[in-house]
Write a protein that binds this ligand. Structure first.
Ligand code: HEC
Length: 180
């Protein structure tokens, strides 16, 4: 009698443990599918800022500078890497390693809010920074390089590209999908 009682309790305990496992798994599934849904939503959300592509760059002299700026940002190593054609001053990274798709991708550390918010006060330097200063900051810190001439062709081109990308963003606003 006693032993069959124990047996029953053992069975009941096993059933109970199974039920708990099934319930836990059920909730886990709900929460991961929710997360996946949220992620998918985040990347397909049409209210996010998306930068214009290369084929939208105007076909004129100003456009040539913008195109050069885009290429400098996408293929920085070609110009500033250890064997760079302009000046070998960086570690060989490209700006778009961190600013995805040449700084056009939603939630990809893009340049959407730059034109609308610079010159900007930055705590780090305790001063107001221009786009040029911010680019040189990334050249020095992120690409382990040295700053370039703020009045040079390359700086002007990168600034032209970044300003062109953000030209439709109202001043002092940060559209959804910009920043990190
Ligand atoms: C190793 C990663 C990395 C690389 C490479 C890099 N950056 Fe950055 N950059 C960052 C980070 C991180 C920030 C800060 C983002 C923030 O605070 O929202 C930043 C910020 C910026 C900003 C200001 C953006 C804003 O919204 O305030 C500009 C402009 C910029 N980078 C330009 C460049 C350019 C041009 C290059 C290439 C010469 C470059 N970056 C390369 C990581 C990088």
């Amino acid at each position: 009698m006693k032993s069959s009682n124990y047996f029953n309790w053992g069975k009941k305990f096993l059933l109970f443990a199974f039920a708990v496992l099934i319930i836990i798994n059920f909730f886990k599934q709900i929460s991961t599918s929710n997360k996946q849904h949220q992620l998918a939503f985040k990347y397909t959300d049409t209210s996010c800022w998306v930068g214009a592509g290369i084929y939208e760059i105007p076909d004129n002299i100003h456009g040539d500078s913008i195109r050069y700026g885009r290429d400098l940002i996408a293929h920085t190593a070609k110009y500033f890497g250890p064997k760079g054609s302009v000046k070998p001053i960086t570690n060989g990274m490209n700006c778009q390693n961190c600013h995805l798709d040449a700084g056009t991708k939603p939630w990809g550390n893009n340049y959407g809010a730059v034109a609308a918010n610079y010159p900007l006060f930055r705590d780090r330097s305790g001063s107001i920074e221009s786009i040029e200063k911010r680019i040189n900051d990334c050249l020095e810190r992120s690409l382990n390089g040295s700053p370039i001439d703020e009045a040079g062709l390359e700086m002007k081109a990168m600034v032209a590209y970044i300003k062109w990308l953000g030209k439709d963003v109202p001043i002092n606003t940060k559209p959804k999908g910009t920043g990190i």
